[in-house]
Design a binder for this molecule. Structure first.
Ligand SMILES: Cc1ncc(COP(=O)(O)O)c(C=O)c1O
Length: 433
């Protein structure tokens, strides 16, 4: 999570009070900020924006100022804001049935699970409420699978620089010290290897390995795809040692990469035993899923796992609507991903501090040789939302409905912000054309 300092907050609150067509409620931002600082756990360092509403690719703050949102609530608002079809089903369902618990049937889990099976090539779904919760469930499946074979078979091989969530289990296989260090000791048995290192993978997976967990494209880690060879080797070793291969598609999945799931980018497709997804699946209504093949699904029997809220009628119905819309959007995501990439490559030629542009579909990272924090703040100031991960990687997860016109606008703002950054950092002048 990108941090913003007190100084930035002062500066950006100033920016928010610029004249706007909608009258600002004086002091509303300060009032909310004071309440939060008194009553909330102080774990988030928020950007100083009080968001009020959104439409399409734009979100508006309480002063009526509009921002082109290229981050979409960290990859959640895949259809932007106030999508008419989603708004309609949410309204309708709210008047019918919000929650049933998993003691009873409702009309939407079965049809959504069928869609997920068809889209993923896997077979059985468990519904929960978040990415981390889906990862916890997948880890329980790995443990239960290993234990059936041998109590010593509980190791999980994961990658350096990975991110799998904030719960204790998910943290145990998250390969980043900064997230782990305050909570150690974590679960035993996590073995970390470098990204795309096939030799390390071969040396680390063995009879004690119960699972291999990979993001096909590391998101929080800075938009790093794994190679097809690495993915294939992971599949081969998981089969050889009877371990479960798990793909964390929480950030890179459900359309983001231009395919239903990012692992489908490989040709031939490398199928996991389990896939977990969340973020965009119900476009802002919390929903996480574990989708497993028959073999992995056997690891969980009656009573071994559950969730009170998981897979409620509202979330599942919205997800079905979203999956319907997504079918028609996949070619658009690929097209817009290509267009955005081309425009960013052009910027990269102009600014020496852009080291690399990495993208798959609409999952985009721009690696800089200078810190990205101020660029993010300047972009907010100029009406554009994105964030920065690992200090130097600008991350963009635009809505799937974005058009060339909006991409052009985003590029214009970025160009302006980069120009200012180039002026400030003496050795990195823009390259003249
Ligand atoms: C790849 C990946 N896994 C897991 C998570 C955790 O998801 P959540 O924040 O919904 O618990 C995230 C969140 O950013 C993620 O990007």
């Amino acid at each position: 999570m990108t941090q913003s300092s007190g100084n930035d907050e002062g500066r950006y609150h100033g920016a928010m009070s610029t004249p706007s067509p909608v009258p600002e409620q004086p002091g509303e931002f300060e009032r909310i900020r004071a309440l939060e600082s008194q009553y909330l756990l102080q774990n988030y360092a928020r950007y100083p924006l009080l968001l009020e509403r959104g439409r399409g690719c734009y979100v508006y703050d309480q002063s009526g100022r509009r921002y082109l949102d290229l981050l979409t609530g960290i990859g959640v608002n895949a259809l932007g804001y106030a999508h008419p079809r989603l708004t309609k089903v949410i309204r309708e369902q709210a008047g019918l049935l919000l929650h049933t618990s998993n003691l009873y049937y409702h009309s939407y889990q079965g049809p959504l699970a069928e869609r997920l099976a068809k889209a993923s090539g896997l077979e059985r779904t468990f519904f929960c409420n978040s990415g981390a919760e889906s990862m916890e469930g997948a880890m329980k499946m790995i443990r239960a699978h290993g234990r059936k074979i041998n109590p010593e078979k509980y190791e999980i091989v994961a990658l350096h620089n990975s991110f799998h969530g904030r719960t204790l289990g998910a943290l145990s296989i998250t390969g980043q010290e900064k997230y782990r260090k305050d909570f150690e000791p974590l679960l035993p048995g996590a073995r970390f290897i470098p990204h795309n290192d096939i030799v390390a993978l071969e040396q680390t997976v063995n009879e004690r390995t119960a699972g291999i967990v990979l993001e096909w494209i590391q998101g929080e880690g800075g938009i790093h795809p794994i190679s097809n060879e690495f993915g294939r080797k992971a599949r081969e070793l998981a089969d050889r040692y009877d371990a479960l291969l798990v793909f964390d598609e929480i950030q890179c999945g459900v359309g983001r990469a231009g395919t239903h799931f990012a692992y489908q980018l490989a040709d031939p497709v490398v199928l996991p035993d389990i896939m977990v997804a969340a973020k965009p699946l119900a476009c802002g209504i919390p929903l996480g899923v574990i989708v497993a093949n028959e073999k992995a699904a056997q690891s969980i029997g009656a009573g071994m796992h559950g969730s009170t809220f998981g897979g409620g009628p509202l979330a599942c119905r919205v997800a079905i609507e979203f999956m319907d819309i997504l079918e028609g959007l996949l070619p658009h995501i690929q097209q817009m991903g290509g267009y955005f990439r081309m425009k960013l490559d052009e910027l990269a030629k102009r600014y020496k501090f852009i080291k690399e542009v990495r993208s798959r579909g609409l999952m985009i990272g721009v690696e800089l040789s200078i810190p990205g924090k101020q660029i993010v703040l300047d972009a907010i100031d100029a009406g554009l939302l994105l964030n920065c991960t690992h200090d130097t990687v600008l991350r963009m997860l635009p809505p799937y409905i974005i058009t060339e016109k909006e991409i052009d606008r985003g590029i214009r703002i970025l160009n302006k912000v980069f120009k200012a950054a180039a002026k400030q950092s003496a050795p990195v002048e823009p390259v003249e054309h």
